[in-house]
Structures are given as structure tokens and as C-alpha cells.
Design a protein around this ligand. Sequence first.
Ligand SMILES: [Zn+2]
Length: 241
Amino acid sequence: MLVVSAHAADFCTRAGGTIAKYAGDGWKVQVIAVTYGARGESSGYWQANPNGTCEDCGEIRRREAHAAADRLGAAIEFWEYLDYPLYFDEERQRRLTRAILDLRPAVVLTHWIEDPTNSDHEKTGRAVIDAISSGAQIGAFPTTPPHAFPDVFFFESTVPYSEFNNFSPDTYIDIGDTFAAKMEAIACFACQPQLRDYYVHFARHRGFQATNWLKRKIANAEAFKRYLPYVGTAFPLMERR
Ligand SMILES: [Zn+2]
């Protein structure tokens, strides 16, 4: 499983319970954090350090994200691009394609591709799709076999603007078993002290919706939207028991 996160905490807040579940089941989960979110998603740092620097902030965010990924059982690497604004030029796109060809993930989690109030999130989601699309072509890196489109699931768009961002989930993962681990991981992000409240609220909100769809109590859930249609030898039925 590859998880591409625009900023230091996005992978954890939106998919931490799912990541912990898959890692616990023996999956290799690799997170790529393309920026530290030093400019745009580190309000706690700047309030405490009005004369701080992006370098200093980034170092702290790196430690926080590392601790969170460890708690979830995922590996993480940092590409150290700057955020707000984040751009993907050809070199960065090619790097992403190369990473996909090296990792050859079965599942990719990343940002929803419509996020007008947070273009870093939107651009990351689109860059991941572009990179996957390139990596599926035989000529992308001619000495490396192409990698067919993996199953892509977009995680929660910028909270709490799901409706504004046209993010309508079609997949819910029950994170009851890993919710505590997710909360411990979120607690690692001292530079974003508001995260706990936001994502406790959203886990319950998505759990409430999932409960109603399934008619079985789901206290906490994470919501996703598939990119590709499902193809198989049978319908992917809901887990009613
Ligand atoms: Zn973010």
C-alpha cells in the first residue's frame, strides 16, 4: 500500500486507522509525505515561534510524522518540497512515477482531486493519478516494466468541507480496532493541536453513516472514494456480519 500525503499529518488524520489495520494484517505500507506543511499546516509552531523558520519547523514536523507513522506500523519518507503553494513540475512528476514503479503498490491512498480551498491537497491527488497513469505506459521508464493501475482510494477531503469539495464517499472502513492507535498517532502532531477534535468528530460522523448503510454498529470509520470501477468474479458485497 502506498499513501501519498501532501503535508506531514494528512496520511494519519484521513487514513490512519486504515493504515494501522493493513499494517497489522501484514501489509507493507509506505507513506510519502511530499511536504512538511511548514507554511500552511503548522499553526502551533508559528504561534509558539513567531520568529521561527520553515527549516526548523520542518525538522519538528518530520519527527512528529515519523513518530505517527511508527505508531501506525508504516514506513515514511519525506520529499521536503515546500507547501502553500506546492507545485509538481515534470521532474517531480517523474519522481512520483519512478516511486510507483519501484514500489508497485496494489493499493494507493491519496487526496481527493477536487479541493478548491486547499490546492496542495488537490494538486497532490492529481499528481498521483498522473504518475500512476504514466507508470502504466511501457515507455515511461523503458527498462522497467510498466505497472498497471492499482486500486486507488481517495481519502477524506479537507475537513470539514466535504460537501463543498464534492467528496461523496463510496467506501467506508470500520476502524474500531485501530481507532485508539490512530488517536495516539494523531497526538504526535503537537504543531496541529486541533487535529484530535476534528478527526474524532469525523470518525464518528463517518461511523454514523456507515452504521446506517450496514445496519450494524460502527463507532468510528474512515471514508474513501474509489477512482476505478471494481472488477472481479463476484460482486463486492457488504460485510453484514
Ligand atoms: Zn494537508
